[in-house]
Design a protein around this ligand. Sequence first.
Ligand code: PPE
Length: 308
Amino acid sequence: MPITPTNKIWMDGSLVDWEDAKIHVLTHSLHYGTGVFEGIRAYETATGPAVFRLHDHIERLLRSAHILSMASPYGVVELEEAVRETLRASGLSACYIRPLIYLGYGEMGLNPLLSTVNVSVALWPWGAYLGDEGIEQGIRLKVSSWVRPDPRSLPTAAKATGMYINSSLAKVEALRGGYDEALMMTTDGYCAEGTGENLFIVRDGVLLTPPNSAVGALEGITANSVITIAHDLGYEVKEALLRRADLYLADEMFLTGTAAEVVPVAEIDDRKVGTGKPGPITQAIQKTYFGAVRGEDKRYESWLDRVE
Ligand code: PPE
């Protein structure tokens, strides 16, 4: 999806012009994939833009950095303010926000501990990640031949740039096969997650989602929000190890992610999910989620970080 330039990007403590937000080609993270990042959304609300669960995203960013032994020169408060400052400068009411902590220029070689640690926050307007039609009608999902990395090989709990080679390979395979998105299994054959989304299925009125740590999936903030919403709507949610056939037997299925939001799955491996149309529980959760992020549902006001 093309990036629409905005005016400013926050780099190491100050706002710089979009065109000047450049780094050297010998930047460490570019060579070894040793960066950590976040994807955050700000939504338009009746009283101005609000960043959805900013604090939780920044905390996860710093947890990811900790896993990779990257010492961020900025703490939670400074990074939250960096996001607000960049958003204010942009004048945008809704956007996708991409904070990145990376190892900079100056040292080369696999020891990352010698490198400088740099931080940037960029943002731009970004529409529905899997398309408006996907949000409304549901997407076509395919189990990938690429498996999620074993957590003994890569720390799947970290939202690290290098981890996304796996997601990219799976995404390309799915798109070339004519599907919208890929679902990755673990090396043991359990369902893990999408290339950038967590997985939920509905069976007999109960929501099931894989246990993230066990399957090496990211602890999604959208998934966490959806679990709260599901409980508030009176649904039971259980963590469950799911096999491929469990997907085929699901009454409903959806993916969750900051970029993707709440996306129904219409087909899995060329089989219709339920009727092939978004199911009632998926629709109820999706509707409540969009109400929450746009500040229309007072129950979820504490999730919004309002920017004047
Ligand atoms: N799993 C993965 C692998 C993942 O990348 C994401 C977010 C999630 C689950 C859902 O997490 P959360 O956003 O906290 O609900 N993926 C981000 C990056 C996507 C991209 O294409 O880049 C995102 O949604 O911003």
